[in-house]
Write a protein of this length. Structure first.
Length: 351
């Protein structure tokens, strides 16, 4: 098997942040494996893609650039990726766990008859030994065989409702495939002057007009007014906040601090806050400079989405709440009592 591939999502030629995060992690994995990092892009107007991603350590960019390929369509993109994988034989291929990635990756994995781990929160390279117990049908003697596997992709993700962290291995098929949550990998430039090569994909031979069976008549794209990923400060509330009305205290504190309001799944399910603000395994992943957790117990599902925050402050009546184990500062008290005091102080002392 050969190199490590990352599928790069693009919109009007601009590479998505999740793809840049995957390239950053992919470069580290490729260095560990001693292989190249290669990117794949299927879109239109990709003339500027090299300038965007070479600096993340990309050695080769495979490009299918045509007006017919934009916006994204499932069937032609799937066929292009599958043909490329059969030709290049990568050992690992990564996708963002976005609406496109969750549509495309399973179809590619199914067509190639290989495994796929969804919504990973961590990726590592390691070894594994597969042990099998064998019974001799004639003598009845039991023996054990050990098969070593080197340089496997450890695909790590929460499982069973977030109650455990599972490490999943693909021993027998290639490529090893995974989708990765947006925001869980850190976007890091490898070398500003790094430059790889571009290879054009000859996709017209295998993709037919039948693959473009869906006609996109019009598109309406509306940017979300809530951008938790870019917020330097997040004031997040859980079920312990108590009500939708009490969430106004979080909004007031966030306004004073120049931040955004987030929420745990329990708070969203209770109707205290809109789903767009949900942080955790089934929401968004964030890493702000300051994360203030208000009335959040801190189950593993929520911690998976915010534990990389620079500074974590927990405000909770339960001094044994799981969130306190990862918090830098813990305030034991009622949110309804603590937050008004914080708001008053910051208003009085902020310029």
């Amino acid at each position: 098997m050969n190199n490590l591939f990352v599928f790069c999502e693009t919109e009007n030629g601009v590479v998505a942040d999740v793809s840049l995060e995957l390239l950053s992690k992919g470069k580290k994995l490729a260095q560990t494996l001693g292989c190249k990092l290669e990117a794949v892009a299927v879109d239109y107007n990709l003339y500027n893609i090299g300038r965007q991603i070479y600096k993340y350590g990309v050695d080769v960019i495979h490009v299918a650039d045509d007006r017919k390929l934009a916006p994204y369509q499932t069937l032609p993109t799937q066929k292009i990726i599958c043909d490329l994988v059969k030709q290049e034989q990568p050992q690992i291929m990564l996708f963002g766990a976005t609406s496109i990635g969750r549509d495309l990756a399973p179809r590619v994995a199914s067509a190639l008859r290989c495994g796929l781990t969804a919504d990973c929160t961590s990726l590592e390279i390691g070894d594994h030994e597969e042990k099998k117990t064998v019974k001799d049908p004639q003598t009845g003697e039991i023996s054990q065989t050990v098969t070593p596997y080197k340089d496997l992709l450890y695909q790590i993700r929460p499982a069973f409702g977030g109650n455990i962290i599972a490490t999943i291995l693909n021993l027998h098929t290639r490529p090893q495939m995974a989708t990765v949550r947006e925001g869980v990998m850190k976007k890091e430039v490898f070398d500003e002057n790094y430059k790889g090569e571009i290879k054009k994909i000859d996709w017209q031979k295998s993709v037919t007009d039948l693959d473009f069976a869906v006609e996109i008549i019009s598109r309406h794209i509306e940017k979300s007014k809530i951008n938790l990923k870019a917020a330097p400060v997040i004031v997040a509330g859980g079920y312990g906040v108590g009500s939708k009305e009490n969430f106004q205290l979080l909004h007031e504190l966030a306004d004073v601090l120049g931040g955004q309001v987030g929420a745990s799944r329990a708070a969203v399910d209770a109707g205290f806050c809109e789903h767009e603000r949900q942080i955790g395994q089934t929401g968004v992943t964030v890493r702000p400079k300051l994360y203030i957790a208000c009335g959040i117990s801190g189950q593993v599902q929520h911690r998976a989405g915010m534990q990389e925050s620079s500074i974590i402050v927990s405000i909770n009546t339960d001094e044994n709440a799981p969130i306190n184990s990862i918090a830098d500062y813990v305030v034991t008290g009622d949110v309804a009592t603590v937050l008004p005091k914080m708001i008053k102080y910051y208003k009085a002392n902020s310029k």
